[in-house]
Design a protein around this ligand. Structure first.
Ligand code: IFM
Length: 447
């Protein structure tokens, strides 16, 4: 039996984020981020863990990139730390912060690894939060300066830019439910406004890349849409799932890809609808070079009698990773790209995150035999292969994550790495899944 084989041009990478791996939280002039502050709030993060040291990647990136290279990983998605570059969010840039990323990009180049750089992956400078954070439209000016500064600074090293990571998480979960930093619990109007300000920041980053990034620069967004999974292939079920795809992702994908908030959304939001100034939607809806989809799970859908989507709850004991939100739904890697493509057209798609959170330990012999992660990846990548085989334009895949790291409110309890990290010694041990992924990359097949 022949194994599913990916095209030669398909990119394979891993992904990380600054606050989750760098550590050096107060070194070389870095300012505090909202995650430095939030993690010190009693009860906010598992066992009071903080990003203070994390994987100490700040001092170990060279060895980490050598390991990536050994595994055959040639593409790397990382994020810049805004408070490392602008310690208070505004004012003069921190020369030591800028120099750190120059060293890091030089090391990537030496190892033959291409960077994919996210401007913002949740570590907002605390000083900007003190001014209201994403609630305050003024944040978008600070973001514009930050984006222009880093694009000009690194245009020689970086061609692939990603504006923001998972708008839903740092707006709704940061300002609505309070489970993520800054841990606020605002009403719907403010939450909707934080989404809108995030979209404006996205627009500024796109503009910065177009104006200063050089001819070969490309830019996209890393979004984590809710992925509806039709429970069967009946035409009514498919239509209901398509409707759910638009409705459940309306705050981000519609304004970016259609240049408007749909009337139905504005009507249902009522007085909680975001305040939109003239020119905002043109800024937000500038054309992108690709979309990044972060996909971990999905939601099964069937059609009601009237054809509306009915979202099916997961029954007890439905298989999941050790994260409560991460049910195993491999088909999400098929339906996510397919619904995006059918709804918003022929943009290249990258899976900018996919992976599995468990809490495994090493065997007495020191191996980490993460069979569950290998299995998860195998099932998901087979589905992705089907999408590619059907000519949905998925061009690459970034596995989350290279290393076990600071998993936000779950602290160091939840491990997503294909490389195990001992947070006491900082010893890196490739897990079984790292070897498995290296084989996928080498053979372009899913064993
Ligand atoms: O660790 C996170 C990442 O920062 C954003 N996407 C989901 C991952 C796993 O929870």
């Amino acid at each position: 039996m022949s194994l599913p084989t990916f095209p030669r041009a398909f990119l394979w990478g891993t992904a990380t984020a600054a606050a989750q791996i760098e550590g050096a939280a107060h070194l070389d002039g870095k300012g505090p981020s909202i995650w430095d502050t939030f993690s010190r709030r009693p009860g906010a993060v598992h066992q009071g863990d903080t990003p203070e040291t994390a994987c100490d990647h700040y001092h170990r990136f060279d060895a980490d990139f050598a390991l990536m290279r050994q595994l055959g990983i040639r593409h790397y998605r990382l994020s810049l730390s805004w408070p490392r570059i602008f310690p208070t969010g505004r004012g003069p840039a921190n020369a030591a912060g800028l120099a750190f990323y120059h060293r890091l990009f030089a090391s990537l180049a030496r190892h033959g690894i291409t960077p994919w750089v996210t401007f913002f992956h949740w570590d907002l400078p605390q000083a900007l939060e003190d001014e209201g954070g994403w609630r305050n439209r003024a944040i978008t000016d600070a973001f514009r300066t930050y984006a222009e500064t880093v694009v000009r600074e690194y245009r020689g090293a970086v061609k692939n830019w990603i504006t923001l990571n998972e708008i839903f998480c740092f707006t709704r979960l940061g300002y609505g439910t309070g489970q993520k930093a800054p841990g606020a619990r605002e009403g719907e109007a403010i939450v909707n406004q934080t989404y809108h300000h995030a979209l404006l920041a996205h627009g500024h980053a796109v503009r910065a890349v177009r104006e200063h990034g050089g001819a070969r620069a490309r830019v996209g967004l890393a979004d984590n849409p809710v992925i509806p999974i039709p429970i069967d292939r009946d035409a009514r079920t498919l239509a209901a799932a398509r409707r759910a795809f638009v409705a459940d992702n309306v705050r981000v994908l519609e304004p970016i890809f259609t240049g408007r908030y749909p009337r139905a959304y504005l009507r249902s939001a009522g007085r909680a609808a975001p305040l939109v100034a003239r020119g905002d939607l043109a800024l937000i809806a500038q054309p992108l070079d690709f979309i990044g989809l972060n996909i971990y799970t999905g939601q099964y859908i069937r059609a009601t009698r009237g054809g509306a989507p009915e979202r099916l709850p997961f029954p007890a004991h439905y298989p999941a990773t050790s994260c409560a939100w991460q049910q195993l739904v491999p088909e999400a890697l098929y339906w996510g790209p397919r619904f995006f493509h059918e709804t918003y057209g022929p943009l290249p798609i990258y899976i900018t995150e996919n992976g599995a959170g468990y809490n495994e330990t090493a065997t007495p012999a020191g191996e980490v035999l993460d069979l569950h992660r290998c299995n998860y990846l195998r099932l998901y990548l087979r589905e992705l292969h089907t999408a590619v085989a059907e000519r949905i334009p998925v061009k690459g895949y970034f596995l989350w994550s290279l290393l076990d790291n600071f998993e936000w409110e779950d602290g160091y309890e939840r491990r997503f790495g294909i490389v195990h990290n001992d947070f006491t010694t900082q010893r890196r041990t490739p897990k079984l899944s790292a070897r498995w992924y290296a084989e996928v990359i080498r053979t372009r097949t899913i064993p």
